[in-house]
Design a binder for this molecule. Sequence first.
Ligand code: PGA
Length: 249
Amino acid sequence: MATPIIAGNWKMYKTTGEARAFVEALIPKVQGVRGVEVVICPPFTALGEALEAVRGSLIRVGAQNMHWADQGAYTGEVAPGMLKDLGCTYVILGHSERREYFGERDEEIGKKLQAALKHGLRPILCVGETLEQRERGGTQAVVEKQLRGALQGLDGESLSPLVIAYEPVWAIGTGRTASAADAEETIAFLRETLAAIGGRALAQKVPILYGGSVKPDNIKELMAQPNIDGALVGGASLEVDSFAAIVNY
Ligand code: PGA
């Protein structure tokens, strides 16, 4: 089984000062935690400050997006090598907010995923269905298409740093969590799909996280599911106490 990962997605919240204060308060609260990889994903502008503040601790830092090119005339974008140079370990790719508000498609997400692997960043690939897709029974078809689309052209070996986050869109920021059984069912399906793409060994190794209104009071039940290897946490990762409680599930 993969080492569990609890990752905080801060979205467009926190200044540099707020990021430092958060990390300084978090470190003593997660110091005793073993066997869980703790990750925070601040906005680009606070990555440097967060990386300095986590130094000497086991907390890892990730970005929330990046471009796929090594460098180039892409105004406003950030390259994978820049994130690596700063000291990032992870990068979230294909979050549903990127798909919805910025028009990201599986093809671009796939290019970003290849670029992340090339630059030694661990991609956290987000997949998930909308409420409408779920209600017409399309959950599995949607997440399979997103997964296959993003992993196209990659083999099992190169995919070993991959992390997947199953985030049903209707559960993000709504307070409405998928039931642990529903999350488990879709995550087990994603693991089978991953086995079909890259082999059983890969499917066992890749952590698959659940995301969508994860809170201190539902993390235990989610983590008790055999296929759920962790959580991608939005709102509840912005407060030190709730994030620390989730990490200490
Ligand atoms: P939420 O966000 O925990 O606030 O629902 C999760 C996410 O968007 O990654």
